[in-house]
Design a protein around this ligand. Structure first.
Ligand SMILES: [Zn+2]
Length: 346
């Protein structure tokens, strides 16, 4: 063999080795993205679920009634978590204040945020309640597309005339959902991967008075028609069926069958201990804050573990939560939000 040929063969071999080394050191973009997703998933823990629900549903927060100092303390807690994890506010401030109005003559009259109703009520003797939504955002690569994950943080307060336990703690309704949104926010913040779409983390006030916070947001949001999906939590911590502690209802907009497929695949792949009842829904306008989005034509996903005897009772307390399930629902929904934020079309 000529000297020149030997050199060429040696160079070719070196090239092959270097080439392989470069490929293995720098993973393909899809492989890297999957690794980033799985690393972010690891930040979701049962201890964090216990910490968030334990604080929000403690007696010291007096049941977080909308418009009271107690719900404002819950709002401050949420804000401080978002700030700690480096999540920017949506707009200038995490706090998005709004007012709701009602008639004065009977205390239990409903509150309204719709401009027409507000204008009429302002012309008579009326009641006014000031509330605040908390909103943070992780910017995506496409600045004009959004996905939102949300839960209401208000509950129904306390009643000093109750003879025994006077506090409606609202551990399941909806400290459990707030814990999920907080942990999904932390997981996204911890990921090196920039999502394709903007991801908004929303904490609604005034849900118990008629979805007020989410109604106010959806009627005033200038980019509502650029929202590609909304994922809602309302009550994800109790065992409606004692014989099946893995029970969860998974509602989703029926015209988006991919939402059902995603959960089935993720439960298998990640061994999540959940036994969902899949409920595709043509027009999912009922139940919770998902309704405000469905009415604007935004496709939704809603996790809910069903009613129970402590629903809207002082017995909805933190020690009755199924923390394993609430945490696995948080993992499943993080994976859903990852898909909402990154999958090209669905
Ligand atoms: Zn609720």
């Amino acid at each position: 063999m000529k000297q020149k040929t030997k050199v060429i063969i040696a160079l070719a071999a070196l090239w092959a080795i270097l080439g392989t080394a470069t490929v293995s050191a720098k993973k393909k973009p899809e492989t890297q993205k999957l690794a980033d997703k799985e690393q972010a998933l690891q930040t979701i823990t049962i201890e964090a679920t216990k910490a968030h629900i334990g604080f929000l549903a403690s007696d010291e927060l007096n049941g977080r009634k909308a418009g009271t100092r107690d719900s404002k303390i819950a709002a401050q807690y949420i804000k401080s978590m978002l700030r700690q994890w480096g999540i920017a506010p949506l707009g200038d401030n995490y706090e998005h204040p709004f007012e709701a109005y009602s008639m004065e003559w009977q205390k239990r009259k409903p509150y309204y945020v719709e401009p027409d109703s507000v204008a009429k009520l302002k012309q008579m003797t009326h009641r006014k309640l000031s509330m605040v939504n908390i909103l943070g955002m992780i910017p995506g690569k496409k600045s004009d597309e959004y996905v939102i994950v949300g839960a209401h943080f208000d509950h129904i307060g306390c009643d000093p005339d109750l003879e025994e336990d006077k506090i409606y703690n609202g551990a399941d309704d909806n400290a459990s959902g707030v814990s999920a949104v907080l942990q999904i926010a932390k997981a996204f913040a911890s990921s090196k991967s920039v999502p394709e779409r903007n991801v908004i983390f929303a904490f609604w006030d005034g849900e118990e008075l008629g979805l007020l916070g989410s109604k106010h947001f959806t009627q005033s949001c200038p980019f509502i028609h650029q929202v590609k999906g909304y994922l809602n939590f309302d009550m994800i911590g109790r065992n409606n069926k004692p014989e099946n502690p893995q029970h969860v209802v998974y509602f989703y907009t029926a015209s988006h069958p991919a939402f059902g497929e995603w959960l089935k695949e993720d439960i298998q792949r990640y061994g999540l201990q959940l036994d969902p009842v899949y409920k595709p829904w043509d027009n999912p306008v009922g139940g919770s804050d998902n309704g405000s989005f469905a009415k604007k034509g935004v496709p939704i996903i809603w996790y809910h573990t069903d009613g129970h005897p402590d629903y809207h009772q002082p017995g909805d307390e933190a020690h009755k939560i199924n923390y394993e399930k609430a945490t696995d629902i948080t993992r499943a929904s993080f994976l859903n939000v990852w898909n909402l934020a990154n999958v090209e079309s669905y």
